[in-house]
Design a protein around this ligand. Structure first.
Ligand SMILES: Nc1ncnc2c1ncn2[C@@H]1O[C@H](COP(=O)(O)OP(=O)(O)OP(=O)(O)O)[C@@H](O)[C@H]1O
Ligand SMILES: [Mg+2]
Length: 372
């Protein structure tokens, strides 16, 4: 059977965006606020596979439809600032009617443009990012257009993010019609301390991508299976929903593997479901759990391994004992891991895993090590 619904790959636009209509509406409502409002600088935080990248692309389309000029999601890497300028130029060009005419009716050279939204050579070569962004905003404001900049995979301590934030703050001071949405892992904001960028990020409006509600995943599975001609009993469908743990990436993996393991007539029985879930879990452990652990320090991993000895939740006191460290020392790691969204507080003195299957993954890894 051909899978025409599920597409488990990072950054892939899903055929249906499940359970995020509130977040999208809130972000679009933020864009309606006057320039400078807090909701025009949004930080979208979520675990790996929670759907940050696809939400940014969705927002790009929806904001464009509302008349915004959008710098589509740019990853915070080397040439980020140049890419933002180019993207605004490309997207905004269609609003500049007279490609070579004077934008202000005044002196075009004074604005630094040569044609449309393209800068003159000297501006292009000698002026800063801030200067270019500011002039693009001015030129587009004359056409009644606001600018939305979307950044993916931000790190709070990235010098380019610093520059972008500084430029944004100055433009906001001038009442420029600009908005900024930045997406990253929950830990992105706690990376540095006492820093101007951090203050800005902390004050920005924050949206966390929470796990999808089981009812929404179930409704989507029901529709999707029907469309694909997949026969799944409601019991097994519920089991599949549970296995997604509310993760959009797992939803795609589980759905896709169910298609792969279905019989020729589209039936998914208990055995087929088991195989599909195991395959989905393996991919998730590899792509998400493995990547998450690889980004942590040895001590962080040690804390998590100590936690994985408990079946569901862990007492910090027990974790500290297993690690052979003081309670205060363990608290430091507890806080860092909570800030990164990898674990969450359950009750006072008790924590649990926030990333699906991470505990299982750690248990398996420690078994492999002890088998050696
Ligand atoms: N709301 C959703 N409904 C259905 N599928 C979704 C949804 N959000 C994301 N997905 C799917 O989940 C997968 C991961 O999405 P995405 O790449 O956006 O995650 P991410 O949060 O950006 O992850 P990372 O932090 O690793 O970059 C993709 O296959 C995507 O199609
Ligand atoms: Mg992403």
């Amino acid at each position: 059977m051909k899978d025409t619904v599920f597409s488990p790959a990072f950054g892939n636009r899903p055929s249906c965006l499940v359970g995020r209509s509130d977040v999208v509406s809130a972000m679009l409502a933020g864009l309606e606020e006057p320039p400078g409002s807090r909701s025009r600088a949004t930080l979208l935080l979520g675990q790996r596979g929670s759907g940050k990248t696809v939400l940014l692309w969705e927002l790009a389309d929806r904001a464009r439809a509302k008349g915004f000029v959008v710098a589509s999601p740019t990853i915070a890497i080397e040439d980020m600032l140049d890419r933002i300028v180019e993207k605004i130029q490309d997207d905004g060009e269609r609003y500049i009617k007279e490609k070579t005419a004077h934008l202000t009716g005044g002196n075009i050279g004074a604005l630094g443009f040569s044609a449309g939204l393209q800068f003159s050579r000297s501006t292009q070569e000698s002026k800063s990012f801030h200067y270019k962004l500011s002039h693009l905003c001015d030129a587009l404001a004359q056409q009644g257009k606001g600018v939305l900049v979307l950044i993916d995979e931000i790190q709070g301590n990235d010098p380019r993010v610093r520059q972008l934030v500084a430029a944004y703050q100055e433009l906001v001071g001038k009442q420029a019609d600009i908005a900024l949405v930045m997406a990253g892992l929950p830990g992105a904001v706690s990376a540095t301390l006492n820093d101007r960028v951090l203050t800005f990020l902390n004050r920005a409006s924050k949206m966390s991508l929470e796990p999808l509600a089981p009812a929404e995943t179930d409704a989507f599975f029901m529709k999707a299976f029907e469309r694909l001609g997949l026969h799944v009993s409601s019991d097994l469908r519920r089991k599949a929903v549970k296995a997604t743990c509310g993760s959009p990436y797992l939803l795609q993996l589980v759905g896709h593997n169910m298609v792969l393991y279905s019989a020729e007539d589209g039936t998914v029985d208990e055995d087929a479901l088991e195989s599909a879930l195991e395959s989905a879990r393996n991919s998730f452990e590899n792509d998400v759990c493995g990547t998450t652990l690889a980004a942590l320090s040895d001590k962080d991993v040690c804390f998590l391994s100590a936690m994985s000895e408990d079946p569901y939740e862990s007492r910090i006191a027990d974790v500290a004992k297993r690690m052979g460290v003081t309670h205060d020392y363990a608290q430091k790691y507890r806080k860092r891991l909570i800030d990164s969204g990898i674990i969450e507080p359950a009750r006072r003195g008790i924590v649990r895993f926030a990333v699906p299957y991470l505990a299982d993954h750690l248990r398996k890894t420690s078994e492999i090590i002890s088998d050696f």
